[in-house]
Design a protein. Structure first.
Length: 322
């Protein structure tokens, strides 16, 4: 837009990317429940299929149209491998937990991940602003309201799996944020997805190997939907992290909770209580407050901290440009 600085344009792009990512991520539990319903796919099969297919799709697109994006320096590749492996383990817990809970309840518990992101960033010596802390507090209250379910007993194993998944998901964000200093989001997305695929596909062949027993093609439709939302959400996630940082992207990512609740209500007939709707409103307030946040310094280079070893090499700034 005319009159806007490069920093403002980048921040706006980051906010939009984070919100788009949240929308697609919010569809994941809905498609996941549909794929695992009845005699359809097992949790391990779902996560292996959707992650592997998303990685293959992105690889083919880059080979055909953007081969230059295949380059990544060694330390950055190691960062993506570590982040992808952590996220892959978290994905296994996520889909096991999802198989034991309603989609909306599962996503409510998973919405705790910004709190874990805050912990990881503090360990990496990246301070949080006062406004960010206030927004996290509001989001925490909303999460409590949202978990006030009238649906009866909630499976404790499912709850534990979703909280573990949230912790693992949060851990990969600061790692990728370091790599995104000078590596394009498509490159980071590709190598992170490949690393995730190596973990979840190995887990499927080691612990599961089941195949869907239901006849017909219906079980494949939600798996295809999961592949698409995984592909798009990861790409937008890392674009958001690159421009506005991991913490702001994580808080905006809570918008996925609203999407999951809405579509669970519309497509899966899952009902919400009055306190849960109040929680949705509180969460919306927390999301809107991003407009009051000051732009983070860019590029976010931090020579100290837990992840200080993830430093880029010296090569031309326009390497990835046409």
């Amino acid at each position: 837009m005319a009159g806007m600085s490069a920093t403002q344009n980048g921040r706006l792009a980051g906010i939009n990317a984070a919100l788009i990512s949240a929308f697609f991520l919010g569809l994941a539990p809905v498609f996941g429940k549909a794929a695992m319903g009845g005699d359809h796919f097992s949790p391990f099969a779902v996560v292996a299929l959707r992650t592997g297919a998303a990685a293959l799709l992105l690889f083919l697109i880059m080979v055909l149209f953007k081969r230059k994006f295949l380059y990544i320096y060694g330390t950055g590749l190691l960062g993506c491998v570590i982040a992808g492996s952590i996220n892959g383990i978290g994905s296994l817990f996520y889909y096991v937990g999802l198989s034991k809970l309603n989609a909306s309840i599962a996503q409510m518990l998973y919405a705790l991940y910004p709190f874990f992101v805050a912990i990881w960033l503090i360990l990496d010596r990246q301070p949080l602003s006062r406004l960010t802390i206030i927004r996290i507090a509001i989001a925490f209250v909303s999460a409590i309201m949202l978990t006030q379910s009238g649906a009866g007993n909630i499976d404790p194993i499912g709850v534990m799996c979703m909280i573990i998944a949230a912790g693992f998901y949060a851990a990969h964000i600061p790692i990728n944020q370091r790599v995104l200093y000078d590596v394009p989001p498509p490159t980071v997305t590709l190598y992170t997805l490949i690393s995730m695929s190596a973990i979840v596909i190995s887990a499927y062949f080691i612990f599961d190997r089941s195949i869907p027993t239901a006849a017909g093609v219906a079980p494949w439709l939600p798996v295809f939907g999961l592949t698409v939302v995984t592909f798009l959400s990861r790409l937008m996630l890392f674009l958001g992290i690159k421009h506005i940082g991991g913490m702001q992207t994580a808080i905006l990512g809570l918008g996925e909770l609203i999407v999951a609740i809405l579509f669970s209500h519309l497509l899966l007939n899952e009902m919400l209580t009055r306190p849960q709707w109040i929680g949705v409103a509180c969460l919306g307030i927390s999301l809107l407050m991003v407009l009051l946040e000051k732009p983070v310094p860019h590029p976010p280079v931090h020579p100290h901290g837990l992840l200080s070893w993830l430093q880029p090499p010296d090569f031309p700034d326009d390497f990835y440009k046409n």
